[in-house]
Design a binder for this molecule. Structure first.
Ligand code: SF4
Length: 67
């Protein structure tokens, strides 16, 4: 599983980090929207359910994955 985030559309809501804190972390951006960065791009299979919830609950629908 390889995760991608469209950072141009991420607005830092943080639901992703709440659902999968092992994978996503919200970074403060003082000049624009906060945004998320990936702690790990290719998480272990055991984290798949959390990643799927992060994708489902991202209000901007900017998270995707392959594999
Ligand atoms: S929930 Fe979506 S829009 Fe919000 S910080 Fe996470 S990836 Fe970005």
């Amino acid at each position: 599983m390889r995760i991608k985030i469209d950072l141009a559309l991420c607005q830092g809501h943080g639901q992703c980090a709440e659902e999968a804190p092992e994978v996503f972390r919200v970074v403060n951006n003082p000049t624009a929207y906060d945004h998320t960065e990936l702690i790990m791009e290719s998480p272990d299979e055991a984290l798949r359910p959390k990643v799927e919830r992060a994708i489902r609950y991202c209000p901007n629908r900017v998270i995707s994955f392959e594999g």
